[in-house]
Ligand binder design. Structure first.
Ligand code: SAH
Length: 259
């Protein structure tokens, strides 16, 4: 499906931008790059900036006209850094991701077209596109770096594609590298903690056992919202133990010279 989507870069001046665009594409799972009349390609700078996405550069199709680049395409989106004079059907990047994926899933060839660093796409080139896409940047400084614009659009394609696959868009706990011992504290551990907390609050004179008001239920509600882990529970228990020791005038565990 993703192979039905091509990224077309028109008349790019800087080979570094071609490399960076290839990297952006590969990060988002896209592989088909078409270069219309690039000023300097192939180039070492492009490969350097691709950093690992050389395969995208190696398989890039180099053509001399936009017409050739768009051969067979049923949906063509043209990106533009500014509003043009002729009103044209517009999509925002999120809508673009959705339509690109919708059409590509149906088997259609789809193209995302990006313009020159200094002049963007010509009116003639933009008129070959079914829709125009503008990344809603600050109007005072609206033009993104070419590869950055490729990244935004391909990211939206990926998000839309992941949604159609029913795949998660968040890393799983293991991918984040969460420790296995980061399990949540159990109800009985919480009860022991609340007991310890209550005794400590009495020790330091914060809680009057004769007039407890609603302090403990409120604290239970507060901690209950936090999904405290076993590790965090140990930290809290440690703090309470040291608070009690300090309240009793016992020496600090580690600041020995303080006594
Ligand atoms: N001076 C040019 C800027 C081109 S930036 C102009 O005014 O058109 C190079 C390319 O990056 C653009 O042709 C477009 O493909 C893409 N791009 C940059 N900023 C963009 C934005 N805000 N929205 C959509 N595409 C953008």
């Amino acid at each position: 499906m993703l192979q039905n989507i091509r990224v077309v870069l028109v008349n790019t001046s800087h080979p570094g931008n071609i490399g960076a665009a290839a990297r952006a594409m590969k990060n988002m799972g896209l592989m088909r790059l078409v270069l219309v009349d690039p000023v300097d390609f192939p180039s070492e700078e492009a490969s350097a900036r691709a950093s690992g996405a050389d395969d995208i550069l190696a398989s890039a199709l180099v053509v001399s006209s936009l017409e050739e680049a768009l051969a067979g395409c049923e949906l063509v989106l043209g990106t533009s850094a500014r509003e043009r004079h002729i009103p044209w059907p517009l999509l925002d990047p999120r809508e673009s991701g959705a339509s690109v994926v919708e059409r590509a899933v149906q088997g259609a060839q789809v193209a995302l077209v990006f313009g020159r660093e200094y002049a963007g796409l010509t009116n003639d080139e933009l008129q070959r596109c079914h829709f125009h896409v503008h990344i809603p940047s600050d109007p005072q400084f609206s033009s993104l770096n070419l590869a950055a614009a490729v990244q935004v659009l391909t990211y939206e394609v990926r998000m839309a594609w992941l949604a159609t696959q029913g795949q998660p868009t968040k890393m799983t706990r293991q991918e984040v590298g969460e420790e296995p011992d980061e399990q949540v504290a159990t109800a009985d551990e919480l009860e022991m903690f609340y007991g310890h907390l209550e005794r400590t609050l009495v020790d330091i004179g914060f809680l009057d056992p004769e007039r407890p008001r609603h302090l403990m239920p409120r604290l239970r509600r507060l901690y209950g919202r936090s999904a405290i882990s076993k590790l965090e529970m140990n930290i809290l228990r440690g703090i309470l133990t040291e608070t009690q020791a300090t309240a009793r005038g016992l020496p600090h565990k580690w600041r020995k010279d303080d006594v």
